[in-house]
Design a binder for this molecule. Sequence first.
Ligand code: ZN
Ligand code: ZN
Length: 287
Amino acid sequence: MKEFLSVSFLILFLATSPVAARQQADRQADDKPAQPFQVFDNLYYVGFESACAWVIKTSQGLILIDSGYVNMLDHIPGAMRQLGLNFSDGKYLLINHAHTDHTGAANHFKELNRGLRIGMAEGDWQFQASGTYMNSQGIPRKFTAIPRDMVIKDQETLTLGDTTLKFHVLPGHTPGDTTIEFMAIDGNRRYKTFLFSGLGTAFTGARAAQEHLDKIKRIMAAPDVQVTLSDHTMGIDLFEKAAKLKARRPGDAHPFVDGPAAFSRAMQPRLADAEKKLAEERAANRP
Ligand SMILES: [Zn+2]
Ligand SMILES: [Zn+2]
């Protein structure tokens, strides 16, 4: 969600180094590969200590969600191997949003597996097409753009074998920020899952703010959401839950199944942000 640089580190770099070195440091951020683990029967965590990356297993192959960083491009293929998943079984790489902590290794993945389709929303295809954007510290982040492939659309679904994903595109954190809905499977139980992306409000104008607020409300109205996941580990207590999962005994509840109340709690700050943004845009007379 956020671009990671500790404040002292950032100040040091702003004070002492040329732009190229800053960009280099910026790309590497202060994230590290995490121990991969199976979350549900059909869901695997293959990401980092902060930025998430996931694999959904279907009857017709694998769906990867986010690619991680360009300077750690071997991590996800290795993590998949460790979990008994074949990288070459990947059919799709879907991008939650086009910041480089989620897209950095995408071109490498395509080289490893030419059949992999890369999907993201139109706004993010355009956002990343020039190979540069300003990160949250206002530092230009340069990268190799991903050649245009599959366009994800709001409210559309994607079916692979026995699995259907539904997309909720909410421009805000990036212009094509995409939350993904699917069913997580635990034995004979299936749980409605929302895998959120950034959900910020980095846009201008009351119309965009109203649209964002409407979509937040639409998501909050989704009934019976049992599992709340995200594009970053903080906020979803990923590693605490992973430790509980490891210690889980037969008959214990699944620690990632939080229930609709937790989903609602997670959405409340997003709703407040969206309402505040709309009020600001109206007050400033920005249509
Ligand atoms: Zn981001
Ligand atoms: Zn991120």
